[in-house]
Design a protein around this ligand. Structure first.
Ligand SMILES: NC(=O)c1ccc[n+]([C@@H]2O[C@H](COP(=O)([O-])OP(=O)(O)OC[C@H]3O[C@@H](n4cnc5c(N)ncnc54)[C@H](OP(=O)(O)O)[C@@H]3O)[C@@H](O)[C@H]2O)c1
Length: 328
């Protein structure tokens, strides 16, 4: 069968993304071969494409997918041919009709969750899982606590709004338009701030009675860094987990004392899903949140795999909300 995959020969603009014919062989030890029914679109794919996160070239792209396992290699015991499955995983290569990949981070997809939802939720949902469950200030988070979550109407953001509501947290979401703020509120944010038209740190002080939030989850980076530090309560935690607006400037560590003995971390999902056991435990938590309806995965845009360049343009231009999938 003729298989297709998206490759780049060099980093650059979306035009670099090429859909080409590829051979997909048999899985080796610890690997599976999976036929994708849907592939996820994520901001990390933009960093891979434009070279912010350098990949060996030529490179395949895509970190998230769902489909049917066609074959398993030696030593793979948690999956078998015919299983419905979904993943967020290294190495890139999910933008493809089918692929061979390590089995470690691939999970059985519960019957209640369809393939498009599976492809739309794994990388983003596992990220929210480790942020809200494990990336916590000293003493943890309790119901009623305020957290600040940037880009709250995006793929990760809308899952975070709902998950935070389920935990009883008061999530203050930021977004780049009034319409996006409305969407964040409809999905569980307690407050929403349009950070293109308002000083979000000042609004956070108003909302929290001057105290600030216990945690800021910041995936915007350069544009929000200073305001995020200024939004923290004493001993608060700034979790910088992305840089959609550009990299965070070098940190003056002394400023962390001045801001109130605050903490800063720069987590990545891939540390959290380093083992199969950890991936399964996090996945089970995510599946439970979705299957129970506490978190609904919004797929606001579907693209043919061949239209991947258009998908990247729209993602970078901040025209998307919720999750988007590519259909092979
Ligand atoms: N570290 C990790 O483990 C991890 C894992 C998953 C995702 N992430 C990060 O989480 C973020 C969200 O990922 P996602 O895939 O769900 O994407 P997304 O939130 O759907 O899209 C990114 C959003 O960032 C906002 N943004 C602010 N300034 C921007 C700028 N200058 N250019 C482009 N976008 C800008 C936009 O929302 P507004 O218009 O509302 O501002 C945009 O919609 C990304 O930064 C991603 O790298 C990190």
């Amino acid at each position: 069968m003729n298989e297709k995959a998206v490759v780049i020969e060099a980093p650059g603009e979306p035009e670099r993304l090429e859909l080409v014919d590829v051979e997909v062989g048999a899985p080796g030890p610890g690997e599976i071969r999976i036929r994708h029914h849907a592939c996820g679109l994520n901001y990390i794919d933009v960093y891979h494409r434009n070279g912010s996160y350098a990949l060996p070239l030529p490179a395949r792209l895509g970190m998230e997918g769902a489909g049917v396992v066609e074959a398993v290699g030696e030593g793979v015991t948690h999956l078998e041919a015919g299983d419905r499955a979904a993943y967020a995983s290294q190495p890139p290569g999910a933008y493809a009709t089918a692929r061979v990949m390590p089995a470690k981070c691939v999970l059985k997809l519960p019957e209640a969750i369809d393939f498009e939802t599976g492809a739309a939720m794994m990388l983003k949902g596992l990220t929210v899982q480790y942020l809200l469950r494990k990336t916590l200030p000293q003493g943890g988070l309790q119901a009623g606590d305020f957290v600040l979550f940037h880009a709250a109407a995006g793929g990760v953001g809308l899952i975070a709004c709902q998950w935070a509501r389920a935990l009883g947290l008061q999530l203050i979401g930021t977004a780049g338009s009034d319409e996006k703020c409305q969407l964040a509120l409809e999905n569980g944010a307690a407050h929403a701030i349009n950070y293109r038209s308002e000083d979000f740190a000042a609004r956070v002080r108003d909302i929290t009675g001057g105290r600030g939030v216990k945690v800021v989850y910041d995936s915007v980076g350069a544009d929000t860094w200073e305001g995020s530090l200024n939004s923290l309560a004493p001993f608060g935690l700034l979790a910088s987990f992305g840089a959609a607006s550009g990299p965070v400037p070098p940190v003056n560590i002394g400023s962390l004392a001045a801001k109130g003995s605050v903490y800063v971390t720069r987590p990545t999902l891939f540390t959290h899903i380093a083992s199969r056991e950890a991936t399964q435990a996090m996945g089970d938590d995510l599946f439970d949140m979705v299957a129970s309806g506490r978190v609904k995965i919004r797929i606001d845009k579907r693209y043919a795999l061949a239209d991947v360049a258009e998908a990247h343009r729209e993602l970078e231009a901040r025209r998307l909300t919720g999750s988007a999938v590519l259909l092979p």
